[in-house]
Design a protein around this ligand. Structure first.
Ligand SMILES: N[C@@H](CCC(=O)N[C@@H](CS)C(=O)NCC(=O)O)C(=O)O
Length: 237
């Protein structure tokens, strides 16, 4: 049985990490049986110090992209087997846009916008013992800010970061159009990645940000996210 290590459900989201949601959505869309282990402590046992990772028949695979490639290979291209090479290329390109670009606008909205940071602090560090809770959360936030600067996204203003995200959202909305899934009538790994990020932006009302408002203005993306949620994640309300 595949074992998925993740942070753990928050409200309607099976996980606050888009990458953990991506892998879980893949497993559900491909109808592969799995069980989950939830907790921030699994960061310590993760080979790449990040979540998600999986254990599968004695192999440990870390990073959502490697996990999905591993599962596709092992299970006869369960989700992407019906795609032609050009569609596979589109799926790859859009998935990387989501993972490497749009993702950072969610990180920015949650960790950097002050009103959301207050919520994050309570949500993830509220149970820390005194006096750890006085400095650990701020230290981690500082590291996130530093990482964003090194990446480059952190050098833009709040408005510019939201604008960068809005270009990606328009691109997703235009590709989806009025189709059921991004590449037709059947889900592909791109849908797992898209649901991973869009669920964070559209389904949860814990955090508020201009980029989340923007996501909801794309009616096809909002309807799509709710549709995927109802079909594959109805057990999370
Ligand atoms: N490229 C990785 C990214 C995973 C990732 O960034 N996970 C974040 C949560 S969204 C994480 O584990 N952060 C914890 C940390 O950096 O300490 C993937 O696709 O799985």
């Amino acid at each position: 049985m595949i074992e998925l290590y993740k942070f753990g459900a928050k409200g309607p989201l099976c996980d606050p990490s888009p990458f953990c949601v991506k892998v879980e959505a893949y497993l559900r869309m491909a109808d592969l049986p799995y069980k989950t282990h939830s907790g921030i402590q699994f960061l310590r046992s993760s080979p790449k110090d990040k979540l998600p990772y999986i254990k599968d028949d004695g192999a440990t695979v870390s990073d959502s992209t490697f996990i999905i490639r591993h599962l596709e290979k092992k299970h006869n291209n369960a989700l992407d087997g019906h795609l032609c090479d050009a569609e596979k290329a589109i799926a790859h390109g859009l998935t990387k846009m989501i993972d490497e670009n749009l993702y950072w606008t969610v990180v920015h909205a949650r960790w950097i916008l002050d009103h959301n940071w207050l919520i994050m602090k309570e949500m993830f560090f509220g149970s820390l013992a005194f006096p750890l809770k006085l400095f650990i959360p701020n230290m981690i936030r500082k590291n996130v800010r530093k990482g964003m600067k090194k990446h480059g996204i952190g050098r833009h203003s709040d408005t510019e970061i939201a604008e960068i995200g809005s270009w990606d959202l328009k691109c997703l909305s235009d590709v989806l159009g009025d189709k059921n899934y991004f590449l037709g009538d059947r889900p592909s790994s791109l849908d797992a990645a898209a649901y991973g990020i869009l669920s964070q932006m559209i389904l949860s009302d814990t955090f508020t940000a201009p980029i989340f408002d923007k996501a909801r203005t794309h009616q096809n993306l909002a309807a799509y996210t709710n549709r995927i949620h109802d079909k594959y994640f109805a057990d999370y309300t």
